[in-house]
Design a protein around this ligand. Structure first.
Ligand code: NAD
Ligand code: UGA
Length: 450
């Protein structure tokens, strides 16, 4: 099929690469000329494992600005950003601008399927449809249009894996033809008939993904409910981690003890410095905003957000307990991105913790394997010294804090790092380190809920 994808960020690019890999002819449009230039040269502007290798395979995949839009596309995906507005709602401006462009540019065809992959407020598919329809009508273009919702569930850092091996594909379509088009488009993934792509982790089971068809509104709500549930699950274990600290229990054992119950499940039960990222915070806020419009309280979702804010603050409290007065100290932070294997710093717990420490009068140094350029570009005002190595972070520090569990941080020579420090305190904000080894290296170790 001839597929156009609008927006080549984490979602658009991953979808494009995967669809091209399974045999579709894919053309991507982005309004940012630098992004297009670099992708056309095979350079990937985001850190996402595996994408570069697939780009190098000369797949039927191309990139361009709006001028290169193919007006004969069979399917057009909208995968642009939907950031959080100051009132908490999702900003639909980018999606609406894309809808208007599609309406201005499509040729006449018997059928057109437009797919909203961005995470959008309820009713957005209908809104996109009315914008495109109005623009087509103005140009007297006669096409049977359906705007389907096809929410994305990929995680950054394992975006390709999640796209090739999803648990389910959700399609909210109001007309049968568009549901059929999407089923056909995804058939190689639904039936798992493609060759396993090199550079992508292999799946542990051979379970086939479930194809769910529903209404656009239900599909839109499925996406918000999924993210709200995951955020709530993490906040739940973090809340118990706080109690575990009071009563002297170990939250990692509690998590295992409940997670082995299949009704609960082991995943998303890692206590730590709290959740971050481009979506949990934004999507939870958007769904709370939607509920407010109906005067409907969402107690659990609201509590998940409050618990998460407390979780960021709890890291600072641990430092206050260890160091007493923060002013005048030097704190070294390992990990800037909101989680490992990505350079994304959006809503990273690092930002909240570093800012609070700076406000309290600390000198903050930080290192991350990939996120330093992003931090410098997106948060030039944050008063943090970026270091090229963990050794530079540790030098003359009063305490180290681990905020992102990059694999390399698990295997550092903490003995040697300790020698460089002023005081040997370490706060493991991801329970990723070995407390015994650190004690042996002379550190006072503090984890989360253990
Ligand atoms: P992103 O910010 O990484 O990328 C968006 C891209 O869209 C940018 O390259 C931007 O230049 C481009 N763009 C914006 N307006 C445009 C326009 N009018 N024409 C052409 N290009 C335009 O965003 P993302 O992280 O890929 O997220 C996209 C959507 O997917 C969001 O709604 C997000 O909530 C959702 N989502 C994201 C993830 C994730 O892990 N990042 C996962 C699931 C769903
Ligand atoms: C999340 C969802 O997992 C995806 O399904 C969804 O598509 C995506 O949001 C989205 O809508 O953008 P992502 O934000 O990439 O994916 O990252 P996750 O792996 O879910 O982690 C989110 C945050 O939760 C990270 O800060 C991570 O450190 C934290 N986390 C995760 C925990 O603190 N504990 C856990 O057990 C798991």
């Amino acid at each position: 099929m001839k597929v156009s994808i609008i927006g080549t960020g984490y979602v658009g690019l991953t979808t494009a690469v995967a669809l091209a890999y399974i045999g579709h002819e894919v053309h991507c449009i982005d309004q940012n000329p630098q992004v297009i230039e670099s992708l056309s040269d095979g350079r990937v502007p985001i850190h996402e494992p595996g994408i570069k290798e697939l780009l190098a395979m000369h797949l039927p995949l191309s990139f361009g600005g709006w001028d290169s839009f193919d007006p004969q596309s069979d399917v057009v995906f909208i995968a642009v950003c939907t950031p959080c507005k100051p009132n908490g709602d999702a900003d639909l401006t980018y999606v609406e601008a894309v809808a208007a462009e599609i309406g201005r540019r499509m040729d006449e065809k018997p059928y057109l399927t437009v797919v909203v992959k961005s995470t959008v407020p309820l009713g957005s598919a209908r809104r996109v449809e009315s914008i495109i329809t109005a623009a087509l009508r103005e140009r007297q273009i006669n096409t049977r249009l359906d705007v389907a919702s096809n929410p994305e569930f990929l995680r950054e850092g394992s975006a390709l894996y999640d796209t090739f091996y999803p648990d389910r594909i959700v399609v909210g379509a109001n007309k049968t033809f568009s549901a059929n088009v999407l089923r056909e488009l995804y058939t190689p993934i639904l039936e798992q008939t493609f060759a396993h792509p090199a550079g992508v982790r292999e799946p542990q089971t051979n379970k086939l993904p479930v194809f769910i068809t529903t209404t656009a509104t239900s599909a839109e709500l499925i996406k918000y409910a999924a993210n709200a549930f995951l955020a709530m699950k993490i906040s739940f274990i973090n809340e118990f981690a706080g109690l575990a600290e009071h009563v002297g229990a170990d939250i990692t054992e509690v998590a295992r003890g409940i997670g082995l119950d299949e009704r609960i499940g082991m995943r998303y039960l890692m206590a730590g410095a709290g959740w971050g990222g481009s979506c949990f915070g934004k999507d939870v806020s958007a769904i709370l905003h939607a509920a407010q419009q109906y005067n409907y309280d969402m107690y659990l979702v609201d509590a998940a957000v409050k618990a998460n804010l407390r979780q960021h603050e709890s890291i600072v409290k641990k430092l206050q307990t260890l160091l007493k007065v923060i002013r005048g100290t030097t704190i070294g932070i390992l990990g800037i991105s909101f989680k490992p294997n990505t350079d994304d710093t959006r809503d990273a717990p690092f930002l909240a913790v570093a800012k609070r420490l700076v406000d309290l009068g600390a000198t903050v140094k930080a290192h991350d394997p990939v996120a330093i350029p992003t931090l410098k570009q997106k948060h030039p005002d944050l008063n943090v010294i970026c270091c090229d190595t963990p050794e530079q972070v540790a030098a003359d520090c009063d305490a180290l804090v681990l905020l992102t569990e990059w694999d390399t941080f698990r295997h550092l020579d903490y003995n040697a790092l300790g020698q460089l420090m002023r005081q040997k305190f370490i706060v493991d904000g991801r329970n990723a380190l070995n407390p015994e080894a650190l004690h042996k290296a002379g550190f006072t170790y503090v984890g989360v809920g253990r």
